[in-house]
Design a protein around this ligand. Sequence first.
Ligand SMILES: Nc1nc2c(ncn2[C@@H]2O[C@H](COP(=O)(O)OP(=O)(O)OP(=O)(O)O)[C@@H](O)[C@H]2O)c(=O)[nH]1
Length: 690
Amino acid sequence: MKKSGGKGKFYDDDYDDGYDDAYADEEYEEEDWSAYGAPGEHAGASSTPAPPAGASHANLPPPSAGQWRCPLCTYDNLEQHLACDMCGTPRPAAESAQEGASSASKAPPLDPAPFAFDSPSPDDQVLAARRRGTGTAKKPPASLNGKPPPLQAVETKPTPKPYDPIRNRRQSAPAVELQESAAEGKKEKRGAEQGVRRLSLDDQVSDRGQGEPSSSGRGETSGATLPPGKRKWQSLPLSAYRPDEELLAEIRSRGGEKDVLNLIIVGHVDAGKSTLMGRVLHALGQVSQKEMHKNEKQSKEQGKGSFAYAWVLDEGAEERARGVTMTVAVAHFETPQKRIILLDAPGHKDFVPNMISGASQADATILVVDATPGGFEAGMEGQGGQGGQTKEHAQLARSLGVEQLIVAVNKMDAIEYDQERFTEIQAGLVPFLRQCGFKDSAVRWLPVSGLAGENLTEPPEAKELAAWYRGPHLLAAVDSFQAPVRLVAKPLRLVVAEVFKTRTLGSAAIGGKLEGGVLKQGSKVLVMPAGEVATVKGVERNGEAVTGAAAGDSVDVGLSGIEPNVLFAGSVLCHPDYPVPTATKVEVRLLTLNIVMPLLRGASLVLHAHSAKQPVRISELVSLLDPKSGQVAKAKPRVVTKNQSAVVELVAERSICLEAYTDYRALGRIALRDSGKTVAVGIVTKILET
Ligand SMILES: Nc1nc2c(ncn2[C@@H]2O[C@H](COP(=O)(O)OP(=O)(O)OP(=O)(O)O)[C@@H](O)[C@H]2O)c(=O)[nH]1
């Protein structure tokens, strides 16, 4: 059966298909968590200027104790060092162990002294040093001709029939910022509290509908460029697009079919997300008794009996051993009026990039908060007051386009369904959700217990809860979510979330969500940024073959006429006459979060957009905006500090599939991260270079 697997593992242990399940690609190689040591293990390095050409962590000598400057990236700041493109990449366990010798205790304090910005800042100096050392920057393998690194197709086993909806697919986000945990202890000292004013960018863009003529720079004939030597794809004006009426009619004739809703479960680590949804799936009959017994037995054997329901979704061996969700699990269930595609996101801060990839596909969110004493507070404040993932996830979900929210106040059984605590949590979170841009009317509050199965698919049975709660149960609340308007009449955009092979779909199969247009068997599609045309060999929805799919659908697609190694998470399948821009330079409108270090021109960040992730540099600070009016408050600012609205230009190391927000919202929303923290969220206003 098709099954999620954590690290490079897609199927159940007891199903031997004989396939090799390892990723082969270096950049996207699945990581071994155990290879990363305790906080501070990266600390220490020799004072080295620019690193030698071809240097990498693999061939550098271990840093000597007591000194502090990475010889590879030249950062003297542990967080930046850990998060940079070169050093932030996974390293072999042996190397990590070697460096472990210079322990956290030897690292200098990370608290930066206040900086007056009257001379080149430490960031400026480091960036300048970095620029001098560009010869060592991580490059794509030579064999790729400068193309983005592909995700090697993963051997998988044939899709089972009939499809078991709970045989979830694990979405394989490109990389996980595991190194963040190593810096955790130090970050706490900064005392940086996550928080923003108002994160809704919708208010600041024009009221123009998506796809209406825009000054986005996507332009009437802007087209999309490809790596050197490749054909340049020109786009016809989006307004000229006429959908395939026959296919549209067929899709509309699905008639009685339920609306599809992509639903992501987010929240702070251990809030009980997997348990909650495992319990819902079990109650809906999506998990067999046999499997539940197996989970109960095995979780008890491992001393983790309380995780039996969570194991319905947390199927990877490492996830189970650690009791932590690491990747996004996908499951399906139905409510009376909806077909739900459930995305269970990891809560641990190390896996926020995976959460972003899932949230970018979501139409609605369940934010799970832990009602127990200290549990809710941890999700709000995080360790050392840096801000927990309750806040970060809510911010990200909203900034990635999610408008409808259920706040599931979980573990109510542990506090005897105390209404006062429920109200206290509500009062604590409402102001923040408003700041994020959630409208009160779009937020529902439910007291639940995943473990006890209270208020999930039936009205509460617990007397203490039934005594005061009058609202809907979780399933009814999910059923009442509005299905968003789908861009079926626009050119195709299918964002690739994962690449695999199956017997039915062949060796170049992808899973992803249609953000625009329609797709059918036999369609020619352009795969970007590879710039190669392929033919749709087959389409499967929920594991069943279908003739076509439309915007909003999450599907698996088999492609012919293309090598699987040009496909990767973040690729986009599009209409050959209307290619998605493959941008190398964009203008974005940002809202910074409660950052400690201001954003400077030249700063290196990691851009997340849909399922893509790409190192970028701020090439220009264009203007600061008045947060209320959106008008320019200051042109060419020197810095952008916390909680500011700004227009900046970003240059990407490699081309990335992006759209102006006004054209395709799902491809025009971004998050910027640095040192393992989200520093800004924003929208693409112009594609400047392709
Ligand atoms: N008392 C009580 N404990 C719960 C409840 N839900 C979950 N737990 C416990 O909380 C712990 C974490 O549960 P998970 O479901 O793995 O939490 P999670 O949010 O999915 O964790 P990550 O995905 O790793 O962030 C487990 O020990 C669960 O048994 C609940 O409703 N009541």
